[in-house]
Design a binder for this molecule. Structure first.
Ligand code: ATP
Ligand code: MG
Length: 561
């Protein structure tokens, strides 16, 4: 991740000030803390790029950390996917991969310290009881009947909790703060709960697990994180993190909050994404329609395009929705320059050039990428029978249709001018074939007499064509904000029924036979396509459309208004 230059933002302003004030001896150390309970999404990419970019630009350090404090929801599969995704984004955390579970023993020691200080107690209230006693914003809470247990009793019970003497949910360890505190989070929050569950790393070693609010600040402190950058929803938790650190008198990170990324036409919540996977609305976490890093990777996005998107959107204190177009434009910009252009027909219509000699064929020069003079040219075969795109022909053309129609002449890209002479239909009156003539003088695409044609269309020689499957993807949700749903319904109501279209009879120019899995192309006039690394096989690529050439969605939405 070396190419991007630093961008100014309010977080960097704070860090600059801290450094000027000599805080932490000028040291800058950030982290990305993720709970392994799902795959990473594009919002996480924003946080990763932000944290890693800061560490890099200040010659600081970056930790990759797993907040694995909840064995019920967490799995090794998620840990592995997160490591893969963060690496793919170009992040190098060197030897600094940490797990909250590495610190369980230290956290336990800290909890004992708080008990000894009279700042924590074992409570026998159930979680429901705790909730009931908590009070509301307008009413103070009530103190737990177990709040005044002696120091010895608390130490003894806490140890026995750890030793597994008590069943799940029967006891908790709580911080002794203030049951009438104006902030509900400060009303004796739970620090530990009993959970006899197998943990993906520590196995059955622990049967008490730290709550997130207790663990989070400790992890930052133990790892000596100088700037703990997180999303706005943690602003209200900062007071509690500070209370724990102050009571323990241990290293204090500075927490800085920023607005989370929201992206149009999708949802960025692991809970909702998990639901889409589990209930089969998508094929998996890496379904190319998913806003996950693995989904974008499978769709054909590059790490560069995601990083440049994250840089472009910047960081703010206000929540807003970024349009999906911004992300799509970042891959378009990159692939416009880099991807080789080829011809592919997705919905084929056969064309016979009646005056082209039977059995003959020739090779024409096609430019690989007009944006890149070094990309060179390649040969494409031409013969008497071709395929063109079905919708490049209209039998009764409307006024602004400049492509093929009866009696009309168009340019076949890199080849010849052709004129449609006859339309052949099947018994259902569907057009199944066109008979055309070509002008041999227009080889390469220009006429010697200077006559112009209005349209240029792409084509593939029938005899040489490579049959392939191509998948077209569209927004997963039809609404810009899918969470805007009718009374009693949820975001799933706004799923786009046409988010995936599989075309199995596509005709590609033969050079694509050797397309490597994972390679990217521009199919002329159609968009950017990616040879699916999972479903492609030798000589038989399967293509995913990464993006259309232009944003077609804005127009559709305007019409709908
Ligand atoms: P979700 O809300 O999707 O379940 P999460 O915040 O619970 O996500 P974590 O694994 O805890 O998931 O998040 C890891 C880090 O990524 C946190 O620091 C969090 O603030 C940050 N993060 C999560 N979602 C976004 C987002 N949409 N934009 C920016 N940062 C995010
Ligand atoms: Mg979270």
């Amino acid at each position: 991740m070396a190419e991007e230059k630093a961008t100014k933002n309010f977080i960097r302003d704070i860090i600059n000030r801290d450094r000027k004030d000599g805080k932490n001896d000028g040291r800058v150390h950030t982290r990305f803390p993720s709970e392994p309970n799902g795959y990473l999404h594009i919002g996480h990419a924003k946080s990763i790029c932000l944290n890693y970019g800061i560490a890099r630009d200040y010659n600081g350090k970056f930790n990759l950390r797993f907040d694995d404090t909840n064995p019920r929801a967490e799995e090794q599969e998620y840990v592995d996917s997160i490591i893969e995704d963060v690496k793919w984004l170009g992040v190098d955390w060197q030897d600094r991969l940490f797990y909250a579970s590495d610190h369980f023993a230290q956290m336990y020691e800290y909890a004992v310290q708080l008990i000894k200080k009279g700042k924590a107690y074992v409570c026998d209230q159930t979680l429901d009881g705790v909730r009931e006693y908590r009070g509301t914003i307008t009413e103070p809470g009530k103190e737990s009947p177990f709040r005044e247990r002696s120091l010895e009793e608390n130490l003894d019970l806490f140890e026995r909790m750890k030793e597994g003497e008590f069943p799940d949910g029967s006891k908790t360890l709580r911080a002794k703060i203030d049951m009438s505190h104006p902030d509900l989070l400060m009303r004796d929050p739970v620090m530990y709960r009993i959970l006899h569950a197998e943990h993906h790393r520590t196995g059955g070693e622990w049967c008490i697990y730290p709550m997130y609010d207790w663990a989070h600040g400790l992890e930052d402190s133990i790892e000596k994180i100088t700037h703990s950058i997180c999303t706005l929803e943690f602003e209200t938790h900062r007071q509690l993190y500070d209370w724990f650190l102050d009571e323990l008198e241990i290293f204090h990170s500075r927490q800085i909050e920023f607005a989370r990324l929201n992206l149009s036409h999708t949802v960025l919540s692991k809970r909702k994404l998990l639901e889409l996977v589990e209930e089969g609305y998508v094929a998996g976490w890496d379904d190319p329609r998913m806003p996950t890093i693995s989904g974008f990777r499978r769709r054909g996005y590059t790490p560069e395009s995601i990083r440049s998107f994250c840089k472009k959107i910047g960081v703010a204190k206000m929540n807003s929705i970024v349009d999906m177009v911004v992300l799509e434009n970042s891959i378009r910009e990159e692939l416009n320059k880099k991807a080789m252009r080829v011809m592919a027909v997705l919905r084929p219509l056969k064309v016979v050039i009646t005056n082209y000699p039977e059995g003959e064929e020739e090779e024409l020069d096609a430019v690989n990428n007009p944006e890149d003079p070094d990309a060179g040219v390649r040969k494409v075969p031409f013969s008497r029978e071709l395929y063109i795109e079905k919708d490049d022909f209209q039998e009764e053309p409307h006024k602004k249709f400049f492509r093929l129609a009866p009696g009309k002449e168009v340019r076949l890209r890199y080849a010849y001018f052709v004129t449609c002479e006859e339309v052949i239909k099947n018994e259902k009156s569907e057009v199944v074939e066109l008979r055309c003539t070509y002008d041999p003088e227009t080889r390469g695409g220009d006429s010697p007499d200077g006559r112009k044609v209005m349209g240029t269309i792409h084509w593939v020689s029938a005899k040489h064509a490579l049959g392939a499957e191509v998948r077209l993807y569209d927004h997963l949700f039809t609404k810009r904000d899918p969470n805007e749903a009718e009374e009693g319904k949820d975001h799933k109501e706004n799923l786009n029924p046409n988010s995936l279209e599989i075309l199995t009879d596509c005709k590609l120019e033969p050079s694509l036979k050797n397309a490597e899995a994972g390679s990217r192309f521009q199919f002329e006039r159609l968009g950017y396509f990616f040879a699916d690394p999972v479903d492609s096989s030798e000589g038989k690529p399967v293509f995913n459309r990464t993006a259309t050439l232009r944003d077609t969605w804005a127009k559709i939405e305007m019409k709908g208004k």
